[in-house]
Design a protein around this ligand. Structure first.
Ligand code: CTP
Length: 435
């Protein structure tokens, strides 16, 4: 049943970004309807500070573009308008309908078929550009808590999917038939887990059973999209909770199978190591600091990489450093078929791993190179984590690296002069670490 209310005190105009308000009023002035929708409305109703504001409208993307000079159209699967205000982006989406073949209800037909939509044989949506009205738009959103529309000027909240009461009851409820909606887009299962962890909500029981049994559907999702979702889970500020929730719902193995395998083999340090890094990440995000995705992936894949390295060494293939390089490349390569790590991050991850031994054994010659390396800080943080978890005992050396960052250049030179000279072994390694 549709609920329209206009008096919720949590929905105040001062919590809404000025840019989003400008976009809404410009659309209104041209005769279009426009609402805030999704996470922004949900978070306001929870008393949280919304992260971003998305707008839904009956204007088509081209009509939106014609109204804003600072607008660009993006997306193939979803055609969206991005309105750029400096660093802030307001996303404007045209109301969309479910595909004809999905709709088991007696809903009237979508108002416009300006573009095609499509499903694969197993029910997955591949293109999704059938425009519709606001009610149809609500029906195709993922969860009831994300299907609320707020019009700030008339202070109207429109709720087609009972999202407001689900927010009050702390429930993640799929809009429509959960199995069908998960088959259409299996990423919704990861989203259910993320929202339940972030908001401390329960996933409604039928959907939860499906999440726990249908993870295999994620095999159909592109590794690039799974990588993006993994980062939202692990670097969204609630990484520790999301990691536990992914474990509880048996989904982690579809993202990082080599890590899950070690966890299941009761590898002693892998979970504490990951959890400590996620805790640090959550804290950094909590105080507004930036985080580097390469760091968390280097933590996740560290033990699978070490395991492969030991295996290769046991097979007596190469020397220690070349084996480390080989194992790093191989573990990253294997991971690509699950979550596609962008090349640039792959290089950073390898740098972090390969520089560990240089940090542990600084010499007169390599210390300046390491200190000036653009990946020094991440490598140093990684070493700190390993020491904290008892994996390596180089606390004194770590303190040395801490000190050298705090002193002036002259003192840095003196500290480096006291280091041992290069070993021939280190000369060999240098080839692999480019600045
Ligand atoms: N949405 C959806 N299905 C998806 C992705 C998005 O229905 N697979 C809709 C939901 O209404 C969602 C909105 O698009 O609320 C915006 O999505 P997104 O920005 O990914 O998430 P938020 O809900 O805004 O949450 P958060 O910002 O916390 O990630």
């Amino acid at each position: 049943m549709t609920q329209i209310s206009s008096s919720n005190p949590l929905l105040t105009i001062d919590k809404i970004s000025k840019q989003a308000l400008t976009v809404i009023s410009t659309l209104h002035q041209s005769g279009f309807s426009a609402y805030l929708v999704g996470g922004g409305v949900r978070d306001m109703l929870l008393g949280l500070l919304p992260k971003d504001f998305d707008i839904a409208t009956d204007a088509t993307p081209d009509e939106v573009k014609s109204l804003f000079r600072n607008c660009r159209l993006i997306g193939r699967r979803f055609r969206l308008a991005h309105i750029l205000f400096g660093r802030e982006i307001i996303e404007v989406a045209t109301f969309r309908a479910n595909h004809e073949e999905d709709s088991h209800s007696s809903h009237h037909k979508p108002i416009d078929y300006r573009q095609h939509s499509g499903h694969t044989k197993d029910g997955m949506i591949v293109r999704d550009n059938v425009y519709g009205d606001i009610e149809e738009d609500a029906q195709r959103r993922d969860f009831s808590i994300n299907g609320l529309y707020f019009e700030p000027y008339s202070h109207t909240l429109i709720d087609y999917a009972n999202g407001h009461s689900d927010i009050e009851n702390k429930t993640i409820r799929v809009i429509g038939d959960p199995l069908q909606r998960f088959q259409e887009d299996p990423v919704r299962m990861l989203r259910a887990v993320r929202f339940s962890a972030k908001l401390d909500f329960n996933i409604e029981s039928q959907a939860k059973k499906l999440v726990q049994s249908q993870g295999h559907l994620l095999h159909k999702i592109s590794p690039a999209r799974l990588f993006d979702e993994s980062l939202k889970l692990l670097q969204g500020g609630y990484g520790v909770k999301c990691f536990h929730a992914l474990q509880e719902n048996h989904l982690f193995s579809y993202l990082f199978p080599s890590v899950q395998k070690l966890i299941e083999q009761k590898h002693e340090t892998i979970s504490p190591f990951i959890l400590q890094a996620l805790k640090n990440t959550d804290q950094r995000i909590g105080i507004g600091k930036t985080v580097n995705p390469a760091f968390i992936v280097s933590v996740l894949l560290w033990y699978p990489m070490l395991k492969l390295k030991s295996k290769l060494l046991a097979d007596n293939q190469e020397n220690e450093f070349q084996t480390l390089l080989l194992a790093s490349q191989e573990v990253l390569k294997q991971q690509q078929s699950y979550t596609a790590i962008p090349k640039r991050l792959g290089f950073m991850i390898k740098d972090i791993w390969l520089m560990q031994s240089r940090l542990e054994k600084p010499t007169k010659k390599n210390a300046p190179v390491v200190l000036a390396h653009k990946r020094f800080r991440a490598t140093y943080d990684f070493l700190e984590l390993r020491i904290k978890m008892g994996e390596t005992q180089h606390q004194n050396i770590f303190n040395w690296w801490t000190e050298i960052q705090e002193v002036d250049e002259g003192e840095q030179q003196q500290m480096m002069q006291k280091l041992p000279s290069n070993s021939s072994k280190n000369k060999r390694k240098k080839r692999f670490i480019k600045k």
